[in-house]
Design a protein around this ligand. Structure first.
Ligand code: SAM
Length: 268
Protein backbone atom coordinates (compact mmCIF):
# COMPACT_ATOMS: atom_id res chain seq x y z
CA UNK A 1 0.00 0.00 0.00
CA UNK A 2 2.84 2.34 0.93
CA UNK A 3 4.45 1.88 -2.52
CA UNK A 4 1.09 2.46 -4.24
CA UNK A 5 0.71 5.81 -2.45
CA UNK A 6 4.30 6.75 -3.43
CA UNK A 7 3.91 5.85 -7.12
CA UNK A 8 0.22 6.76 -7.46
CA UNK A 9 0.64 9.46 -10.14
CA UNK A 10 2.60 7.03 -12.35
CA UNK A 11 0.00 4.22 -12.26
CA UNK A 12 -2.16 3.58 -15.38
CA UNK A 13 -5.31 5.72 -15.49
CA UNK A 14 -7.86 2.86 -15.15
CA UNK A 15 -6.18 1.80 -11.89
CA UNK A 16 -5.83 5.34 -10.50
CA UNK A 17 -9.57 6.16 -10.48
CA UNK A 18 -10.81 3.27 -8.26
CA UNK A 19 -7.77 3.63 -6.01
CA UNK A 20 -8.39 7.34 -5.51
CA UNK A 21 -12.07 6.63 -4.76
CA UNK A 22 -11.01 4.04 -2.18
CA UNK A 23 -8.58 6.52 -0.62
CA UNK A 24 -11.24 9.26 -0.44
CA UNK A 25 -13.66 6.82 1.16
CA UNK A 26 -11.06 5.82 3.75
CA UNK A 27 -10.32 9.46 4.63
CA UNK A 28 -14.05 10.17 5.02
CA UNK A 29 -14.64 7.16 7.25
CA UNK A 30 -11.55 7.76 9.43
CA UNK A 31 -12.21 11.49 9.80
CA UNK A 32 -14.92 11.19 12.44
CA UNK A 33 -14.35 14.73 13.73
CA UNK A 34 -14.56 16.07 10.14
CA UNK A 35 -11.39 18.07 10.62
CA UNK A 36 -9.34 16.80 7.63
CA UNK A 37 -10.22 19.57 5.21
CA UNK A 38 -6.84 19.88 3.43
CA UNK A 39 -4.87 17.38 1.38
CA UNK A 40 -1.71 19.27 0.55
CA UNK A 41 1.85 19.49 1.86
CA UNK A 42 1.68 23.07 3.07
CA UNK A 43 4.04 26.06 2.81
CA UNK A 44 6.17 27.76 5.45
CA UNK A 45 8.63 30.59 5.24
CA UNK A 46 11.27 31.94 7.56
CA UNK A 47 11.33 35.47 6.09
CA UNK A 48 8.19 36.91 7.68
CA UNK A 49 6.05 36.33 4.58
CA UNK A 50 2.97 35.57 6.72
CA UNK A 51 3.41 38.16 9.47
CA UNK A 52 0.15 39.78 8.43
CA UNK A 53 -1.83 36.60 7.90
CA UNK A 54 -3.94 36.74 11.04
CA UNK A 55 -5.98 33.57 11.08
CA UNK A 56 -9.12 32.97 13.08
CA UNK A 57 -8.45 30.61 16.04
CA UNK A 58 -10.39 27.77 14.35
CA UNK A 59 -8.10 27.99 11.28
CA UNK A 60 -4.76 27.94 13.15
CA UNK A 61 -4.42 24.13 13.15
CA UNK A 62 -4.33 24.21 9.33
CA UNK A 63 -1.94 27.14 9.11
CA UNK A 64 0.63 25.54 6.76
CA UNK A 65 -1.94 24.25 4.27
CA UNK A 66 -3.65 27.65 4.42
CA UNK A 67 -0.33 29.39 3.83
CA UNK A 68 0.10 27.31 0.67
CA UNK A 69 -3.25 28.62 -0.61
CA UNK A 70 -2.40 32.13 0.50
CA UNK A 71 0.95 32.00 -1.32
CA UNK A 72 -0.60 30.54 -4.49
CA UNK A 73 -3.84 32.52 -4.77
CA UNK A 74 -4.38 34.85 -1.81
CA UNK A 75 -4.94 38.38 -3.09
CA UNK A 76 -7.30 41.29 -2.60
CA UNK A 77 -7.81 41.01 -6.37
CA UNK A 78 -10.21 38.11 -5.64
CA UNK A 79 -12.72 40.53 -4.13
CA UNK A 80 -16.04 40.48 -6.03
CA UNK A 81 -14.63 38.10 -8.66
CA UNK A 82 -16.00 34.78 -9.97
CA UNK A 83 -13.50 32.13 -8.91
CA UNK A 84 -13.29 28.46 -9.89
CA UNK A 85 -11.09 25.98 -8.07
CA UNK A 86 -10.36 22.72 -9.88
CA UNK A 87 -9.46 19.74 -7.66
CA UNK A 88 -10.68 21.42 -4.47
CA UNK A 89 -10.56 18.21 -2.38
CA UNK A 90 -12.24 18.60 1.02
CA UNK A 91 -12.60 22.33 0.50
CA UNK A 92 -10.32 23.83 3.16
CA UNK A 93 -8.57 26.09 0.65
CA UNK A 94 -11.84 27.13 -0.99
CA UNK A 95 -13.32 28.01 2.38
CA UNK A 96 -10.21 30.00 3.37
CA UNK A 97 -10.07 32.04 0.13
CA UNK A 98 -13.85 32.62 0.13
CA UNK A 99 -13.93 33.82 3.76
CA UNK A 100 -10.75 35.92 3.78
CA UNK A 101 -10.74 37.42 0.26
CA UNK A 102 -14.52 37.74 -0.40
CA UNK A 103 -14.96 36.78 -4.07
CA UNK A 104 -18.47 37.24 -5.52
CA UNK A 105 -18.67 33.48 -6.14
CA UNK A 106 -16.29 30.60 -5.46
CA UNK A 107 -17.02 27.23 -7.04
CA UNK A 108 -14.97 24.25 -5.88
CA UNK A 109 -14.96 21.45 -8.45
CA UNK A 110 -13.74 17.92 -7.78
CA UNK A 111 -14.04 14.57 -9.51
CA UNK A 112 -15.14 12.92 -6.25
CA UNK A 113 -18.85 13.34 -5.50
CA UNK A 114 -18.31 12.09 -1.96
CA UNK A 115 -15.95 15.03 -1.46
CA UNK A 116 -18.18 17.70 -3.00
CA UNK A 117 -21.20 16.37 -1.03
CA UNK A 118 -19.11 16.63 2.15
CA UNK A 119 -18.12 20.21 1.26
CA UNK A 120 -21.67 21.35 0.44
CA UNK A 121 -22.84 20.08 3.84
CA UNK A 122 -19.85 21.32 5.81
CA UNK A 123 -19.24 24.89 4.57
CA UNK A 124 -21.63 27.78 4.75
CA UNK A 125 -19.67 30.79 3.41
CA UNK A 126 -21.37 33.34 1.18
CA UNK A 127 -21.03 32.57 -2.55
CA UNK A 128 -19.25 29.25 -1.88
CA UNK A 129 -20.50 26.03 -3.47
CA UNK A 130 -19.09 22.75 -4.71
CA UNK A 131 -19.80 20.65 -7.80
CA UNK A 132 -18.67 17.30 -9.12
CA UNK A 133 -16.81 17.68 -12.41
CA UNK A 134 -13.81 16.69 -14.48
CA UNK A 135 -10.76 18.93 -14.85
CA UNK A 136 -10.47 18.06 -18.54
CA UNK A 137 -14.08 18.99 -19.34
CA UNK A 138 -14.98 22.04 -17.27
CA UNK A 139 -18.77 22.63 -17.19
CA UNK A 140 -18.51 26.39 -17.84
CA UNK A 141 -18.98 28.66 -20.82
CA UNK A 142 -16.07 30.25 -22.65
CA UNK A 143 -14.72 33.43 -21.03
CA UNK A 144 -16.96 33.18 -17.95
CA UNK A 145 -14.52 32.97 -14.99
CA UNK A 146 -12.21 35.65 -13.54
CA UNK A 147 -9.75 33.39 -11.69
CA UNK A 148 -8.95 29.67 -11.71
CA UNK A 149 -7.13 28.08 -8.76
CA UNK A 150 -5.49 24.63 -8.90
CA UNK A 151 -3.45 23.29 -5.98
CA UNK A 152 -1.71 19.90 -5.81
CA UNK A 153 -4.14 18.13 -8.10
CA UNK A 154 -3.11 18.35 -11.78
CA UNK A 155 -0.32 15.78 -11.67
CA UNK A 156 -2.82 12.93 -11.55
CA UNK A 157 -4.96 14.09 -14.48
CA UNK A 158 -4.97 11.78 -17.50
CA UNK A 159 -4.43 14.64 -19.97
CA UNK A 160 -2.77 17.70 -18.40
CA UNK A 161 -2.52 19.76 -21.67
CA UNK A 162 -6.30 19.33 -22.09
CA UNK A 163 -6.82 20.67 -18.57
CA UNK A 164 -4.63 23.74 -19.27
CA UNK A 165 -6.59 24.41 -22.49
CA UNK A 166 -9.88 24.09 -20.61
CA UNK A 167 -8.72 26.61 -18.00
CA UNK A 168 -7.70 29.00 -20.79
CA UNK A 169 -11.08 28.56 -22.51
CA UNK A 170 -13.21 29.32 -19.43
CA UNK A 171 -11.15 32.34 -18.30
CA UNK A 172 -12.25 35.83 -19.24
CA UNK A 173 -9.74 37.97 -21.18
CA UNK A 174 -7.04 39.03 -18.65
CA UNK A 175 -8.34 36.29 -16.30
CA UNK A 176 -5.88 34.79 -13.79
CA UNK A 177 -4.66 31.21 -13.39
CA UNK A 178 -3.01 30.30 -10.05
CA UNK A 179 -1.43 26.88 -10.30
CA UNK A 180 0.81 24.85 -7.95
CA UNK A 181 1.90 21.24 -7.87
CA UNK A 182 4.79 18.91 -7.24
CA UNK A 183 6.73 18.29 -10.44
CA UNK A 184 9.75 16.04 -11.07
CA UNK A 185 12.78 17.96 -12.41
CA UNK A 186 12.75 15.82 -15.59
CA UNK A 187 9.13 16.91 -16.34
CA UNK A 188 9.39 20.66 -15.77
CA UNK A 189 10.27 21.65 -19.36
CA UNK A 190 7.29 19.69 -20.70
CA UNK A 191 4.89 21.31 -18.21
CA UNK A 192 6.20 24.78 -19.08
CA UNK A 193 5.75 24.05 -22.81
CA UNK A 194 2.21 22.77 -22.25
CA UNK A 195 1.31 25.92 -20.29
CA UNK A 196 2.72 28.16 -23.01
CA UNK A 197 0.96 26.15 -25.75
CA UNK A 198 -2.37 26.64 -23.96
CA UNK A 199 -1.80 30.37 -24.44
CA UNK A 200 -1.04 31.64 -20.92
CA UNK A 201 1.21 34.62 -20.25
CA UNK A 202 3.52 33.98 -17.30
CA UNK A 203 3.42 36.58 -14.52
CA UNK A 204 5.48 34.79 -11.88
CA UNK A 205 6.85 31.36 -11.08
CA UNK A 206 8.76 29.99 -8.11
CA UNK A 207 10.14 26.65 -7.04
CA UNK A 208 8.74 26.45 -3.50
CA UNK A 209 10.25 23.03 -2.66
CA UNK A 210 12.17 24.45 0.33
CA UNK A 211 9.01 26.08 1.70
CA UNK A 212 7.17 22.79 1.40
CA UNK A 213 9.96 20.91 3.23
CA UNK A 214 9.96 23.59 5.94
CA UNK A 215 6.17 23.21 6.40
CA UNK A 216 6.34 19.41 6.51
CA UNK A 217 9.08 19.56 9.13
CA UNK A 218 7.06 21.94 11.31
CA UNK A 219 3.82 20.00 10.82
CA UNK A 220 5.10 16.42 11.14
CA UNK A 221 4.09 15.84 14.78
CA UNK A 222 0.61 17.25 14.26
CA UNK A 223 0.07 15.18 11.09
CA UNK A 224 1.28 12.00 12.81
CA UNK A 225 -0.92 12.58 15.87
CA UNK A 226 -4.02 12.95 13.72
CA UNK A 227 -3.20 9.83 11.73
CA UNK A 228 -2.57 7.85 14.94
CA UNK A 229 -5.89 9.06 16.38
CA UNK A 230 -8.08 8.17 13.38
CA UNK A 231 -6.42 5.59 11.14
CA UNK A 232 -6.04 1.85 11.87
CA UNK A 233 -2.45 0.97 12.77
CA UNK A 234 -1.79 -1.23 9.72
CA UNK A 235 -2.37 1.83 7.48
CA UNK A 236 -0.20 4.31 9.42
CA UNK A 237 2.81 3.96 7.12
CA UNK A 238 0.72 4.56 3.97
CA UNK A 239 -0.91 7.62 5.53
CA UNK A 240 2.48 8.95 6.69
CA UNK A 241 3.59 8.66 3.07
CA UNK A 242 0.43 10.43 1.81
CA UNK A 243 0.89 13.16 4.43
CA UNK A 244 4.63 13.54 3.67
CA UNK A 245 5.74 13.37 7.31
CA UNK A 246 9.45 13.44 8.17
CA UNK A 247 10.91 9.96 7.65
CA UNK A 248 8.54 9.09 4.76
CA UNK A 249 9.79 8.49 1.23
CA UNK A 250 7.74 11.49 0.01
CA UNK A 251 9.41 13.81 2.52
CA UNK A 252 12.81 12.48 1.53
CA UNK A 253 12.04 13.03 -2.16
CA UNK A 254 11.28 16.71 -1.47
CA UNK A 255 14.20 17.12 0.90
CA UNK A 256 16.71 15.65 -1.57
CA UNK A 257 15.24 17.50 -4.61
CA UNK A 258 14.01 14.37 -6.35
CA UNK A 259 10.69 16.21 -6.60
CA UNK A 260 10.23 19.97 -6.84
CA UNK A 261 7.11 21.97 -6.07
CA UNK A 262 6.30 24.88 -8.40
CA UNK A 263 3.83 27.71 -8.02
CA UNK A 264 2.77 29.84 -11.00
CA UNK A 265 0.68 32.90 -11.72
CA UNK A 266 -0.57 33.43 -15.29
CA UNK A 267 -2.90 35.73 -17.15
CA UNK A 268 -4.94 34.89 -20.21
C1 SAM B 1 -4.18 15.97 -3.24
S1 SAM B 1 -5.85 16.48 -3.38
C2 SAM B 1 -5.67 18.24 -3.13
C3 SAM B 1 -6.97 18.85 -2.73
C4 SAM B 1 -6.91 20.35 -2.42
N1 SAM B 1 -6.50 21.12 -3.57
C5 SAM B 1 -6.03 20.64 -1.22
O1 SAM B 1 -4.97 21.26 -1.40
O2 SAM B 1 -6.40 20.26 -0.11
C6 SAM B 1 -6.19 16.37 -5.14
C7 SAM B 1 -7.68 16.49 -5.51
O3 SAM B 1 -7.81 16.49 -6.94
C8 SAM B 1 -8.99 15.78 -7.27
N2 SAM B 1 -8.92 15.31 -8.67
C9 SAM B 1 -8.16 14.32 -9.17
N3 SAM B 1 -8.39 14.17 -10.49
C10 SAM B 1 -9.33 15.09 -10.82
C11 SAM B 1 -9.95 15.46 -12.05
N4 SAM B 1 -9.66 14.83 -13.19
N5 SAM B 1 -10.86 16.46 -12.04
C12 SAM B 1 -11.15 17.12 -10.88
N6 SAM B 1 -10.58 16.83 -9.69
C13 SAM B 1 -9.67 15.83 -9.66
C14 SAM B 1 -9.01 14.64 -6.27
O4 SAM B 1 -10.29 14.05 -6.15
C15 SAM B 1 -8.53 15.34 -5.00
O5 SAM B 1 -9.61 15.81 -4.24
Amino acid sequence: MNKIVEKYAELPKPIRRPLWRLWHNMISSFDKGQSAVFMNYGYASENGEFENLNLKPEDEADRYSIQLYDHVAGSDELKDKDVLEVGCGRGGGASFLARYYLPKSYIGLDISKKTTDFCNNYYKAKGLKFIKGHAELLPFEDSSIDTVVNVESARVYGNIPKFFKEVYRVLKPEGKFHFADMIKPKDIDTINEQLAEAGFKLVKKKNIRENVVCALKLDTNYRKERIQEGVPKFLHKSFYQFAGVEGSERYDAFDKSRIDYWSYKFTK
